[in-house]
Design a binder for this molecule. Sequence first.
Ligand code: SF4
Length: 171
Amino acid sequence: MPVAPIDLEPDCSKCAALCCVVFAFDKSESFGLDKAAGKECPNLNIDNTCKIFEERVERGFPGCVSYTCFGAGQRVTQEVFGGASWREEPALKARMGAALSVLRRIHEQLVLLNAARGLPVTPEHSAQLKYFEATLCSNDPWSEETLSRFPIDKVAGDISNWMRQLRGLVS
Ligand code: SF4
């Protein structure tokens, strides 16, 4: 069965501001302050917009500009948690963070496979690419349980090894 296309572009309007809440960051050249995992960034507005969005680089948060969830944030919020938010249920922070950690890596692998699709691959490479895509794109909606069981380290390692074989195709 063909796999439906997955949106790999972030849509913050459909996400519960997960990247501004669930992950920790340290005060550094990338972030202007220390923040613990599960703590809201003080720059986050109640409507999940960023108070300093247009000035993040100047205000010391270039890490927020370079980070991308590859579209996993809105999917965790809408698909895995049915549109729920940690704002109404704070215990969801850790659970949504765990789901995002895996689904972001799944989407990252799909971005890599999309890039490989543009190369002049052999039929064997093409078949392997389709296999990886089918592995990463479940026909059923993801759940906390299926994400927690997904062997992302193994799959990412297999894709990395496979992509090494393609190096000779890049001019
Ligand atoms: S600075 Fe803005 S974009 Fe960065 S984590 Fe805080 S609220 Fe989110």
